[in-house]
Design a protein around this ligand. Structure first.
Ligand code: GBH
Length: 450
């Protein structure tokens, strides 16, 4: 079994603004929908908020020093839109911009390549109040303006931009009726949600174009959590079924971006609720990207089913299927092989990155008092073995970002799930690397699964 990665394989950690920065009211930052949502009683476990989070806004120098020590070559993080434009548009907040300049310069000086996500769910509240957020084309237009502004501000030193992180989480789950876990918390019907999805895709496409115009030499992509379909048994019929399922089950996001069209199966399934769109919009949505960033945590196991019209069936997981501390993370390390393979086979993508992978683990101390997260090491090692399988077969998987550098604000779960390879004490804000940090650091330095 191959355990080595190709030379130049990129190793990184990942975070997102609202989850780590804190400094919610500092230096003129405007509120985002997540500030409002987290301050709404009953929305977040234990009433937690991101007001302070890891306080990275004030402790970035310490965090950069920590990353340097770990020796990971890249760090993926997102910008708080409302820190730069407090109302999402209009006058820039210079202090907010200066913060990111300091952060980016600090990473560069430490030899760490900054990978910038423009939007990781923290929509400026003002755009929600004034236009209904992602329900409106105004928000799409302001997002593109913001992308262009950021690319011209940082294009001299940032080479890799991601427009949007994970579409589902700020569209369906944020605006759909009956979904209560994601800001701003909406009650749209199917048709309304499909239009929000479509606006989000358009924002991505217009964002790509705006970044290219402002920073022509930068690479532009996205970080999408497409549903990962894995053949339940690795025979040709099941593999073909899983590839088809992957394309069709992601028809409303990644497939639309890669192919510039909504598949018939999606339009038929949605019927009268299908999104309204023009050919011109689909062309914008499918603006070419330089890389596909893929977040991945769990699999959908697929079997070929000649008796169904789709030709495949999504298999259920039994109660004893292994999972991590957060139960939704069903352990299926095959994902880091199959997702890159399908993205390459379906769309000829030549630059694929795993932009998130990781898991939450409860703290377990050993007798020396160290956090001994052998469960996370188990999770990472197995996912990395599958990733090495992909690269050894020539699948153009170019890098791996671990979610997350730090324990942080896990959205509706507050601070109850710890995804970091570095522990954060949320009383004292002291950072302590866990055993998995040592593991990933060694893997990166040897460029090999250990
Ligand atoms: C990513 O989202 C995010 O990009 C990142 O911000 C986040 O911290 C990280 O993953 C870890 O969650 O089955 O009802 O319990 C992943 C989105 C969030 C999708 C949890 C599935 C489970 C809902 N996932 N969600 S449930």
């Amino acid at each position: 079994m191959n355990r080595c990665f190709p030379e130049g394989f990129l190793w990184g950690s990942a975070t997102a603004s609202y989850q780590v920065e804190g400094g919610a009211l500092q230096d003129g930052r405007g509120p985002s929908v997540w500030d409002t949502f987290s301050h709404t009683p009953g929305k977040i476990k234990l009433g937690h908020t991101g007001d302070v989070a890891c306080d990275q806004y004030n402790r970035h120098a310490e965090d950069i020093a920590l990353m340097k020590k770990l020796g990971l070559g890249a760090h993926r993080f997102s910008l708080s839109w409302s820190r730069i434009f407090p109302t999402g548009r209009g006058a820039v907040n210079q202090k907010g911009l200066d913060y990111y300049r300091r952060f980016i310069d600090g990473l560069r000086e430490a030899g760490i390549d900054p990978w910038v996500t423009l939007f990781h769910w923290d929509l400026p509240q003002s755009l929600q109040d004034d236009f209904g957020g992602w329900q409106s084309r105004e928000t799409v237009k302001y997002f593109a303006d913001y992308c262009g502004f950021v690319a011209s501000a940082f294009g001299d030193t940032v080479s890799n931009f991601m427009t949007i992180n994970e579409f589902m989480c700020f569209t369906d789950w944020a605006y759909g009726a009956g979904e209560e876990n994601y800001a701003p918390g909406g009650n749209l019907d199917r048709k309304g949600v499909n239009m929000v999805r479509h606006n989000a895709l358009l924002a991505h496409g217009m964002g790509v174009q705006a970044i290219r115009a402002a920073a022509p030499s930068a690479s532009v992509g996205l970080a999408e959590n497409a549903l990962v379909c894995v053949p339940v048994i690795e025979t040709k019929p099941h593999i073909d079924a899983a590839r088809k399922a992957y394309r069709e089950m992601n028809a409303h996001f990644l497939t639309a971006i890669m192919e510039g069209k909504y598949l018939d199966c999606y339009l038929e399934e949605q019927g009268a609720d299908a999104p309204e769109f023009t050919a011109e919009e689909m062309a914008v949505i499918s603006s070419p990207v330089d890389f596909v960033g893929h977040n991945m945590y769990l699999a959908h196991h697929i079997e070929a089913d000649p008796s169904s019209s789709s030709g495949y069936r999504v298999l259920p997981h039994s109660a004893s299927y292994p999972h991590m501390h957060a139960h939704w993370i069903k352990v299926s390390p095959e994902i880091t092989y199959w997702a890159p393979r399908f993205v390459h086979e379906l769309w000829n993508v030549e630059n694929i990155y795993i932009t998130e992978n990781g898991c939450a683990c409860p703290d377990q101390l050993d007798d020396s008092g160290r956090i001994c997260d052998t469960d996370r090491i188990f999770y990472l090692r197995n996912h990395l073995l599958s990733a090495a399988r992909a690269t050894s077969e020539g699948i153009p998987l170019k890098g791996y970002f671990c979610w997350s550098l730090l324990d942080n604000f896990e959205w509706a779960d507050g601070y109850t799930y710890r995804f970091g390879i570095v522990h954060v004490d949320f009383e004292t804000l002291v950072r302590t690397p866990k055993m998995s940090a040592e593991y990933l650091s060694l893997v990166a330095s040897e460029n090999k699964v250990l």
